[in-house]
Write a protein that binds this ligand. Structure first.
Ligand SMILES: [Zn+2]
Length: 372
């Protein structure tokens, strides 16, 4: 795709050009990608919007939605509607100085205030839950959620009587534990699916023993969605303050869950074809700085093989080596915080039809079911 430039034509007054150059030394739109000015500490939402705009599956679903004619205030408060508007403005050739402004005000009205540094993973999950709550087309809202919904079986085995309690759960992003030093993403996934020993204050109530007992807790995979969102748990509370782990986490461009999961980590109720467990990285939300003073940017690969870096209003072309620069390992440098992987093979229904967004989801869920 050729780079677009805004000529000094009759379309835009000169003041707009000055604004563009002031905000963005590389131009407001680069290779079809729109930079987003930092509007009231919006770097976190900016980075998320860039990742949403690189998720064609989401754009296709959102663009299908025709909202009922509601009042102006209701429209201004409606997250899916303002997200649709912001993403369409980002794709459009028509220049708007702040295509995401209404969306930021809309989040503000939905308890995601402006001028506050947010946690990108929390905002990501909140936006998806707000879409689910506020979209008038409930079937479409369900399909959007299913795009990201990893289904898991939680099980808890009592160490005293071996009684197993289990239930299905889902996650919109997978919170992967990190260890100090060097990590590979595959090892973080293995640690996530490893059995955890729960004892002392963490003891759970066993129905059969009738008391709190030590136990083993684990997760088994039921279903991987079209988009797998990974949350690298770099932030944790320590003595009343948030600390950041700057450790190295290397991640691949191609990810095959067949090489990660042991057979016993897959639920017996999983009916998904193992050939659908292959993924390609297409977006990285990066956090730089410390827990107290940080900034978010995004690397995205919207189509084809070219990586771009969106740092608020600046968008520039990058290479995979630049993305590898976000593995971390040094204090204060850029560190990948969220990774978005897209399934490489379209899932098929038994009759061979393509099934986008998993229309016939088996699992019913409530918005509060998201596990942190
Ligand atoms: Zn027991």
């Amino acid at each position: 795709m050729a780079g677009r430039s805004y000529s000094r034509s009759f379309l835009y007054p000169d003041s707009y050009h000055l604004y563009v150059y002031y905000q963005s030394p590389y131009g407001s739109r680069f290779q079809g990608l729109r930079g987003l000015p930092n509007y009231g500490l919006s770097c976190c939402v900016n980075a998320l919007l860039q990742s949403f705009s690189a998720t064609q599956e989401l754009l296709a679903l959102l663009n299908r939605w025709i909202e009922n004619d509601s009042g102006a205030l209701e429209k201004a408060r409606n997250v899916p509607q303002q997200l649709q508007k912001a993403l369409q403005a980002m794709q459009s050739d028509r220049f708007l100085p702040n295509p995401h402004q209404s969306f930021l005000y809309c989040l503000d009205r939905n308890h995601i205030p402006m001028s506050v540094q947010h946690d990108a993973d929390e905002v990501f999950i909140s936006i998806l839950n707000l879409i689910q709550e506020q979209m008038s087309d409930t079937e479409l809202a369900q399909q959007i959620k299913c795009l990201y919904m990893v289904k898991l079986e939680e099980h808890l085995q009592c160490n005293e009587c071996t009684y197993i309690q289990s239930g299905d759960t889902y996650m919109l992003s997978l919170p992967l534990p990190l260890s100090q030093g060097s990590n590979t993403l595959e090892d973080c996934f293995r640690a996530f699916f490893e059995l955890q020993e729960l004892d002392n204050e963490e003891r759970c109530f066993c129905d059969r023993c009738g008391e709190k007992t030590p136990s083993k807790q684990g997760l088994k995979l039921i279903y991987l969605p079209s988009v797998v969102c990974v949350h690298l748990k770099r932030f944790h509370y320590d003595h009343g303050r948030t600390e950041k782990m700057h450790c190295e986490v290397s991640f691949p461009q191609a990810l095959d869950f067949n090489t990660i999961l042991k057979p016993e980590q897959v639920s017996q109720s999983s009916k998904q074809s193992r050939s659908e467990w292959q993924y390609k990285l297409y977006a990285v939300i990066v956090h730089c700085g410390t827990a107290m003073f940080g900034h978010y940017t995004a690397y995205i690969k919207p189509d084809g093989d070219i990586w771009y870096h969106a740092n608020d209003s600046r968008v520039s072309q990058m290479t995979w080596a630049d993305v590898e620069g976000t593995f971390g390992g040094s204090k204060g440098g850029d560190t990948a915080y969220m990774l978005l992987y897209r399934r490489t093979k379209e899932e098929t229904e038994p009759d061979g039809r393509r099934n986008i967004g998993e229309r016939n989801s088996r699992t019913e869920f409530s918005p509060n079911q998201q596990r942190k």
